[in-house]
Design a protein around this ligand. Structure first.
Ligand code: C2E
Ligand code: CA
Ligand code: CA
Length: 748
């Protein structure tokens, strides 16, 4: 029962051609469109409406049309299309009231309350009751003859505007609901840590940022602390390690400064560097939250975040919570000893006194605690830690202050004579009894006398830690003392590390090549690539100094990839000059081998350069090859599978077992130059090279001697049956042009 009146657009409309807001830019398509549904049983109406409105923009957004030819079709469509802004609806379709019935479905059944509805009908007689217009929230009612193009445009524009308003009001209401709900969820969390972590998580979600950030408290009352130290009480994401530590220990300078600034100025900032929010200013403390950067933050979100923070502040301000907050910040819940933060404050206090030089800080670290913890269970581990705390307190509690500063490290602060390492070690000579089970523990101790500390409490802990690490790695026994040199050492390394970063960016690293010769024929058989770093002022830094640092920082992975590529390309280049048979030796660090990308990097370097893999040999230090035997031998198999050779570098300095050596797919042993030095002057010094050469012959490895500086050494090695040699006697490492010259001269 279609109403047969034609929908037509009169001339006045065409002339008017009204298109306010119709400014068109090139990126129009990227903008979300207003979704408009046209429901009519007359196909011409669809076409005419869409044609009339084709280039219209409302609030700077274009339209997108959906079509339904009946109420039933519209019903089906609305069930899966959401965010329809406006329905332009014919009243009379399959039935006289099909349109109105659809309106009822839209509002009551589909619960689409935001969608605007414009009714149109052919005959005025079919107009709905005023009551219905109000009840069903119908925006507009027009007969088709009234509905000129201009009117249709006006009507649609106002419908979209009101849809937009309703939609954003509802969105804000939902966000507000969320804030209210989150607040009550937060309040339900017990424990400061959970509360603060929950606050970070929800704040981050609200700001559209990753769940990473921290909450920091600064105590301003002497009752709780006599320093104005700021303490991180909760930390998530990339900041996770800082929970329970001092703000001064946060490595990211910009985060530290932003939090410090906010603590002072009490001002919130939402910027591309992250959000910093002043949560609470109290007579006893101030609390600031920092959240990592996320989405752009608009004014609405900012207002919501401010609102949410007011709610968080209420929770934090709770006196009960405050007491817990303080305890939590200063004690280790497991052993009830003071924690690291507390120790640092004690140290700060102590370092400020006249007789601080009579005091010492000892860090006592339980050996292999992690293994015991894994093997025997965490509850066993916890009991063990409590037992250690108890023993320390019983023996020295009246004379020293103990704290637990990390998982298995205890600290003791006391007079020098009370904290002699030997005495502390003796405390562990008796076994601990846990669950009726006896357990022996050993510890390693790092000691820093406060007299040797030029700084604050954090520096003292750092110093003792350096000594502890020395004691653990240097095989220097069970304890070690911090000295000022160690700090200089570390500062120097840090400086060098920064300079190395710069050098890499500015491409100050390059390779030189040192020839290797067959001893019998004197023929050049290979070259070894050696890395060089020339600083801006022309100074050469030896690889022995910067490679360990590059290894330690992980930078060696990228540097090593570059060396591999460079060397492969160089070999391919030499082949073009007629030196294609030369083998190129590339030094590879174990850190590189352990990197999961290593084999890919190697095979890419081979493929990209087109080098013949059999002309490439990786040099791996013997001592390294002996660690992690299974891993290394599997790795070497895979390298060999690519057709690349392997030499064991610095051979003789490690302690290879013969059976293991046999298992390794190695081509060459490289006798360390330390063993070549004295072979002509000292008979006993010959033994190691002789041994290695025999070993090579027995196991079928070639042998090369490095560091050959004089004729006599070359002769001696030749007489022992050594295959190849390398050293200043033949040539120093050279840059490419010189190398080519040298090789060419040698050839003729
Ligand atoms: P290395 O692999 O044992 O390299 C041999 C070192 O002995 C080189 O020192 C070389 O210049 C030096 N040398 C060669 N002939 C003689 C000689 O007749 N007498 C004396 N006294 N020395 C000689 P360089 O270039 O300073 O390299 C030192 C170490 O740095 C290398 O020891 C190697 O372990 C490491 N290295 C060098 N380049 C790289 C690299 O690209 N990657 C890695 N991971 N390590 C590298
Ligand atoms: Ca080498
Ligand atoms: Ca060597």
């Amino acid at each position: 029962m279609a109403d047969d009146d034609e929908l037509h657009f009169t001339d006045d409309d065409v002339q008017a051609d009204v298109e306010p807001n119709a400014s068109q830019g090139p990126d129009r398509t990227a903008i979300a469109r207003w979704r408009v549904l046209i429901v009519d049983d007359d196909p011409d109406v669809h076409a005419a409406t869409e044609f009339a409105l084709r280039d219209v923009f409302v609030l700077d957004r274009p339209l997108q049309f959906f079509h339904a030819n009946s109420a039933a079709e519209a019903h089906a469509l609305l069930q899966h299309e959401d965010d329809i802004a406006v329905i332009v609806l014919d009243v009379v379709m399959e039935e006289d009231d099909a349109g109105l019935r659809l309106v009822r479905i839209v509002r009551d059944e589909l619960k689409l309350h935001e969608t605007r509805i414009i009714l149109r009908t052919g005959q005025p007689g079919y107009a709905p009751e005023m009551q219905a217009i109000r009840d069903f929230d119908i925006n507009d009612y027009k007969t088709k003859s009234e509905l000129t193009r201009t009117k249709l445009f006006t009507s649609l524009t106002s419908a979209i505007r009101s849809y937009d308003q309703i939609h954003s009001i509802n969105r804000n209401r939902r966000a507000l609901d969320k804030v209210v709900r989150w607040t009550s969820e937060l309040m339900a969390l017990s424990g400061v840590e959970a509360f603060a972590a929950g606050a970070i998580e929800r704040l981050a979600a609200l700001l559209g940022a990753p769940a990473a950030g921290l909450i920091c408290v600064q105590y301003t009352s002497a009752q709780y602390s006599d320093s104005q130290r700021a303490v991180v009480i909760a930390a998530l994401g990339r900041h996770a390690g800082y929970g329970g530590r001092s703000l001064a220990e946060v490595d990211d300078l910009s985060v530290r400064q932003a939090v410090q600034y906010c603590l002072q100025e009490k001002q919130n900032t939402y910027s591309a560097a992250g959000s910093v929010i002043f949560l609470l200013g109290h007579e006893r403390c101030r609390v600031v939250a920092y959240i990592d950067p996320g989405d752009d933050i608009d004014a609405d979100t900012r207002a919501l975040a401010d609102l949410f923070c007011t709610n968080i502040a209420v929770g934090l301000d709770n006196a009960f919570l405050f007491g817990r907050l303080h305890d939590h910040a200063y004690t280790d819940p497991l052993t009830a000893l003071p924690n690291r933060l507390s120790l640092i404050e004690q140290l700060d206090k102590r370092l400020g006194t006249q007789d601080s030089a009579r005091y010492t800080l000892a860090l006592i670290d339980i050996d292999h605690f992690a293994e015991a913890n894994d093997a025997l269970g965490h509850s066993f581990g916890d009991q063990l830690l409590r037992a250690v705390a108890q023993r320390l307190l019983t023996a020295l509690g009246s004379r020293c202050q103990f704290s637990r500063i990390s998982g298995d490290t205890f600290a003791a602060l006391g007079m020098v004579e009370d904290l002699m390492p030997a005495h502390l070690l003796a405390l562990f000579s008796d076994p601990f009894v846990i669950d009726g089970q006896e357990m022996m523990l050993t510890v390693t101790i790092g000691v820093a006398h406060l007299a040797d500390i030029d700084g604050n409490g954090i520096d003292a802990v750092k110093g003792a830690n350096i000594a502890l690490r020395r004691a653990k790695t240097g095989n220097r026994g069970e304890y070690s003392f911090y000295t000022r040199d160690m700090a200089v050492d570390i500062r120097e390394r840090v400086r060098l590390l920064q300079a190395l970063r710069h050098a890499i960016e500015r491409q100050r690293l390059f390779l030189v090549y040192q020839p290797q010769l067959e001893l019998q024929s004197g023929r050049v058989c290979g070259i070894e690539a050696l890395l060089r770093w020339r600083t801006e002022d022309g100074q050469l830094i030896p690889p022995d100094r910067f490679i360990p640092i590059a290894e330690h920082s992980g930078m060696i992975v990228n540097i090593g990839d570059w060396v591999m590529r460079m060397a492969c390309f160089q070999q391919a280049e030499l082949a073009k000059h007629g030196f294609g048979q030369l083998r190129i030796g590339i030094n590879v660090s174990v850190i590189q081998l352990r990197h999961p990308r290593f084999l890919v990097s190697l095979s890419t370097a081979l493929a990209d350069s087109g080098v013949n893999p059999s002309c490439v040999e990786l040099e791996i230090t013997e001592s390294v090859a002996m660690e992690e035997a299974d891993f290394i031998s599997r790795m070497l198999d895979q390298i060999k599978a690519l057709g690349v050779g392997i030499a064991l570098d610095d051979f003789g300095t490690g302690f290879s077992s013969l059976s293991y050596l046999q298992r390794l797919k190695v081509d060459r042993l490289k006798i360390d130059r330390a063993f070549i030095n004295d072979i002509c002057t000292d008979d006993r010094a010959r033994r190691i090279p002789e041994l290695v050469i025999q070993l090579g012959q027995t196991l079928g490895f070639a042998v090369i001697a490095e560091g050959v500086e004089v004729q006599e050494q070359a002769d001696a090695l030749k007489s022992m049956g050594c295959d190849e040699a390398q050293g200043y006697f033949y040539a120093r490492p050279m840059e490419v042009p010189m190398l080519i010259e040298w090789l060419s001269a040698r050839k003729t």
